[in-house]
Design a protein around this ligand. Structure first.
Ligand code: AMP
Length: 399
């Protein structure tokens, strides 16, 4: 079966077509500036087929964007399928599943209503995800569609981990609890880590998804038992531009001082904080590393703050699981920034983490970076959320 994976944002849409026979990527690309002027990118992964790079393509809505994708995939010259019929199903990334969704599911009218009910929990993401679903329903009527939620993997957390210490009625009436995100990524890398450990039972893994957005998950026996993001993706460790965990008093203090409303305050916490806010240099770790190397003290501080907070959570999750067998690094920073990985692991020798400097400096999609005698294994595993979505889609459609 060939599965089309869709990740729809409000004005963009990423796609991949994966042949599940051999899990081979056939094509990937991006529709940008939907509803504005429209740019279309198509990158076939089959020899002899030509790519299109940010070409002008009128996309007044997500419907035209999906149509552009289907036209490119089935194009007689540069397409990778003979016709749309070859596409067996579509898998959609949906950010917030709320309390309702504990696993991926086949989309029907009832599920769409449940996704809509979660709009207030993810006002930026869920409506955009639904636009992608509805556009596919229009362009490919009758084609099975599956929703894969970022939050679902974390729905196994115990109550003590997901409950906030605020009046309980807000959990009961308003669904306020820790949900966590990056679930598809944490699920992918932790299950791969369990395979690499060769220890399917009684495994305790700390999954560190460190990118522009970052979160950690404590994964015990394959199940998420805690994670750092919360009701929304602003919580946990500092990120590119998001603040991570802060004292709520700061909001009251700054809003009073500057006369900001909540929207202005949230804009500061979402867009102007994190390593960008501390450094004043950039949200990108490559820029921070160069600036720190040139002596920029705030860039150094931003990097130190980031690795300190990640390290602290690694310790917390080891405590939560009664120990740890493996730590996994993934996503842009986790996969590509050896100095940040080393800074996080430094000082964790007491709990059995012995990083191998040579292995840590090498590059590979998947490799062990701890020493052979390290009681806790440390891995870099490149994440692949699209493949996970495609696997779920195939499994659900095939029953
Ligand atoms: P992601 O959100 O997973 O795509 O990660 C994007 C982030 O990864 C970028 O903003 C960078 O901070 C970081 N990144 C990517 N490549 C490198 C690299 N070679 N060294 C350090 N950081 C990197």
């Amino acid at each position: 079966m060939k599965v089309l994976v869709i990740n729809a944002g409000s004005s963009s849409l990423k796609y991949q077509l994966i042949d599940m026979e051999g899990e081979r990527l056939l094509a990937k690309g991006l529709c940008e500036r939907i509803g504005i002027d429209g740019k279309f990118t198509y990158k076939p992964q089959v020899e002899g087929k030509e790519k299109q790079d940010a070409v002008d393509y009128a996309m007044p809505s997500h419907v035209e964007a999906i149509q552009a994708v289907l036209n490119a995939l089935a194009d007689p010259k540069n397409g990778v399928v003979a016709s749309m019929d070859e596409i067996g199903a579509v898998g959609h990334r949906v950010v917030h599943g709320g309390k309702a969704f504990t696993e991926s599911c086949l989309i029907d009218g009832e599920k769409i209503e449940a996704i809509k009910k979660n709009f207030p929990l993810a006002p930026l993401h869920n409506p955009a995800n639904l636009l992608g679903i509805e556009a596919c329903q229009k362009a490919m009527p009758g084609k099975p569609q599956v929703a894969v939620f970022d939050t679902a993997f974390h729905m196994t957390m115990p109550a003590a981990a997901y409950t906030y210490a605020i009046p309980y009625e807000y959990y009961e009436k308003d669904d306020v609890r820790r949900y966590g995100f990056h679930g598809t990524s944490h699920r992918y890398v932790s299950s791969r880590c369990i395979e690499l450990l060769g220890k399917p039972e009684h495994s305790r893994i700390i999954s560190c998804h460190l990118g522009n957005g970052s979160s950690l998950a404590a994964v015990q026996d394959g199940k998420s038992v805690d994670t750092s993001m919360g009701l929304g993706p602003l919580a946990g460790v500092p990120m590119g531009t998001r603040c991570g965990d802060i004292d709520a008093t700061i909001l009251e203090y700054l809003m009073n001082r500057y006369g900001w409303d909540m929207k202005e305050m949230m804009n500061v916490l979402n867009k102007k904080s994190g390593v960008l806010g501390v450094s004043g240099v950039s949200s990108d770790f490559r820029d921070l590393e160069s600036a720190a190397a040139e002596g920029n003290e705030r860039a150094r501080l931003a990097l130190d703050k980031f690795s300190y907070e990640v390290k602290k959570l690694v310790g917390a999750y080891a405590a939560a699981m009664g120990g740890v067998d493996a730590i996994v690094f993934t996503a842009g920073v986790g996969e590509n920034a050896p100095t940040t990985r080393a800074a996080i692991c430094q000082g964790l020798e007491y709990m059995g983490v012995k990083l191998c400097e040579t292995r840590n400096s090498e590059r590979a999609d998947e490799h062990l970076i701890s020493t052979d005698d390290s009681p806790v294994k440390v891995f870099v595993i490149a994440t692949n959320e699209e493949l996970m979505i495609a696997r779920d889609t195939k499994a659900i459609v095939e029953g």
